[in-house]
Design a binder for this molecule. Structure first.
Ligand code: 1HE
Length: 257
C-alpha cells in the first residue's frame, strides 16, 4: 500500500504512516492526500493504533501550492470536500491516530494534524495558517477542528496577522498534548501508540466515535448518548475481565503523576 508520497510500515499492532515528500516539505498534493486516504481505508484489522509522521525536517507545509490552479467555485468546493472525506478516514477510521509533529505544521498540515486524536510535538515544531496571507481560506476542515483545539479567536488571529506559535506556545494553547525534546516526537508517539493498542477495542472506539459527538450534543442528549455508550462498553467480556483483574489484584493501580 506504500506509494511514492506516503509510506506504510506495520510493527505488530502499530501502523506507521509517513508523509514522504521531504524535498517539498511534505506539501499535500492531490496524489498525497489520495494516498493517505487509500492507506487508512485499507489498514489491516490487526492495527490498534497509528502513528502519523512526516519525513525530513518538517511535518507538513500544507497544500501543494503548485497545484492551486484557477478553479471555479464548484470545483473549489468539490476539492475542499475531497480533503474533508480524506481526513474523516483518519478521524473516524479504524484506530486512534497519534501525530508526531516537528518543524512546520502549517496550513493544510495543521488541518491534517488537527484530525488526529493525539499530537506529540518536539521543540522544533511551529504552527501557522499562512492561508490568511496567501489570500485564501482553510479548506481541509480547519475551520471546524482548529477552533475546537485553541478557540476561534486564536485561529482568527493566526489568519489575520500571520502569527506563528512556537512549540511551547502550541502546547500551552492546546495544539499538542505532549511536548518533547527535539527529535523525540516519533519515539514518544510510537510509545503512546503501543500503549493505546492494548486498550479494549471498544474503549478506543468509544473515544474516537462517541466522545467527539457527545461533546457536540446539547447536555441533555449528551448524557443519554453517554449512558448508552457506557452500557455497551461495560457489557463487553473484555471490560468484565479487566475489572475482575483489578479487583483480584492482577491489574496495575493508578500511580501518582
Ligand atoms: C512547497 C510548499 C507548498 C514548500 N507547496 N511547494 N503552505 C504555505 O504557505 C507554506 C509554504 N512553505 C513554507 O513556508 C516553507 O517552505 C516552510 C516553512 C514549510 C519550509 O521552509 P524551508 O526553508 O525548509 O523550505 P523551502 O526552501 O521553502 O522549500 C523547499 C521546497 O519545497 C521548495 O521547492 P524547490 O523546488 O524550490 O526546492 C518549495 O517551493 C517547496 N514547498 N512548501 C508547494 N506548500 C486544504 S486547503 C489548505 C490551504 C493551505 O495549506 S495554504 C498554506 C500553504
Amino acid at each position: 500500500m506504500t506509494s511514492k508520497d506516503v509510506q506504510l510500515e506495520i510493527h505488530g499492532a502499530v501502523a506507521v504512516v509517513r508523509l514522504n515528500r521531504p524535498a517539498k516539505r511534505n506539501a499535500i498534493s492531490d496524489g498525497l492526500i489520495g494516498a493517505v486516504r487509500g492507506i487508512f481505508e485499507k489498514l489491516p484489522d490487526t492495527v490498534g493504533a497509528i502513528v502519523l509522521d512526516g519525513a525530513g525536517e518538517h511535518f507538513c507545509a500544507g497544500l501543494d501550492l503548485s497545484e492551486l490552479k484557477e478553479r471555479d467555485a464548484g470545483a473549489g468546493m468539490i476539492h475542499s470536500r475531497m480533503w474533508h472525506a480524506a481526513l474523516e478516514t483518519l478521524q473516524y477510521g479504524p484506530a486512534p491516530v497519534i501525530a508526531a509533529l516537528h518543524g512546520a505544521v502549517v496550513g493544510g498540515g495543521l488541518e491534517l494534524a488537527s484530525a488526529c486524536h493525539i499530537r506529540v510535538a518536539d521543540e522544533s515544531t511551529f504552527y501557522a495558517l499562512p492561508e490568511g496571507s496567501r489570500g485564501i481560506f482553510v479548506g481541509g476542515g480547519g475551520a471546524v477542528r482548529i477552533p475546537r483545539l485553541i478557540g476561534a479567536a486564536r485561529m482568527a488571529d493566526m489568519m489575520f496577522t500571520g502569527r506563528v506559535y512556537n512549540a511551547q506556545e502550541g502546547e500551552r494553547v492546546g495544539f499538542a498534548q505532549y511536548l518533547v525534546p527535539q527529535g523525540q516526537a516519533f519515539d514518544k508517539a510510537f510509545e503512546l501508540a503501543q500503549r493505546i493498542a492494548k486498550n479494549a477495542p471498544l474503549t478506543n472506539y468509544a473515544l474516537m466515535h462517541a466522545l467527539p459527538r457527545i461533546a457536540e450534543q446539547p447536555a441533555d442528549q449528551g448524557f443519554m448518548t453517554e449512558a448508552l455508550m457506557a452500557a455497551i462498553a461495560q457489557s463487553a467480556p473484555e471490560a468484565k475481565s479487566r475489572v475482575r483483574d483489578f479487583l483480584e489484584g492482577r491489574a496495575s493501580k493508578v500511580k501518582k503523576a
